[in-house]
Design a protein around this ligand. Sequence first.
Ligand code: ATP
Length: 313
Amino acid sequence: MTAALDLRGVTKQFGDHPVLRGLDLTVEAGQIFGFIGENGAGKTTTMRLILGLERPDAGSLQVFGQPVTFGRTPTNKMIGYLPDVPAFYGDMSAREYLRLCAAITAGDPADIAPLLHEVGLADDHRHIAGFSRGMKQRLGIAQALLGKPQLLICDEPTSALDPAGRNDFLTLLSGLRGSLTIVLSTHILTDVERICDHVGILHDGVLQEQGPLAALKNKYAQAAISLTFASEAETATAAKILNILASTPAASTQQAPAAPTPLTLPYTGDYAPAATRVMAALAQAGLAPLTFARVDPTLDQVFMEVIRSTTPD
Ligand SMILES: Nc1ncnc2c1ncn2[C@@H]1O[C@H](COP(=O)(O)OP(=O)(O)OP(=O)(O)O)[C@@H](O)[C@H]1O
């Protein structure tokens, strides 16, 4: 099947500052792809290259098998784009604005009412100037979806939203799953964890990792059990016991920390057998933890580990 996005060996330099150093990136059709990287990693530059707004120094970019050309690239007919803070004409209503967009992009005005409904905006005369940031972002999505794109690119779409607005926006984006391909460029990793099924990590000008979120978590982060005890003495005893347990493949522990620092026991395999072994060992020693919690691996851990492993000492 033709990939929604296929970038090969893309390099881009501003002056003497190299930003992309041979970027390979593939997004398959239907994915919700989280494109993540630190501030200044080159995410927006990559988006601008895909939209034909920047010219690559080298390499090739394809959207659904068609080459991206610098300037008015025909591939943009297949793309809807939502910038971080979209700009609107404040004295227009949402409908008037979308009608203008439809006229410019040869979109169908008949799509406006269903689109406003889909993004949860009232089809009334209220001026955009009075919209909240969350409402503006909803209008931005409606505008991006107006031409019925196959690929939706969102560049840092939640960075200006408060937690409630972010939650609403992610629910809206997640509801589009299955109807088109989405690339979500961001450094807010919890957003990516919430809605993306695939992830690419941009660092030092190249994609250091790319794959299903679950597979990357398996590769780079480890599930753990976190325990706290009532006293320093109990913590030390538990650490000793669990160190003994670490000689089995099920669990290992860090150095005994001073109370009340939790003990963290990474484990492999399923949670239930690992937890049962830990509880049995503690029960045998007459130790009752104050808290016993499963800690799932996070994208944050994956990201930090990828950055750490690819940054020279
Ligand atoms: N037109 C330009 N001229 C010169 N330098 C630029 C230009 N556009 C981007 N840069 C530089 O390229 C680097 C990458 O910027 P870019 O905006 O692509 O990063 P980003 O990953 O989107 O960062 P952020 O998360 O902060 O938005 C930065 O150092 C930026 O200053």
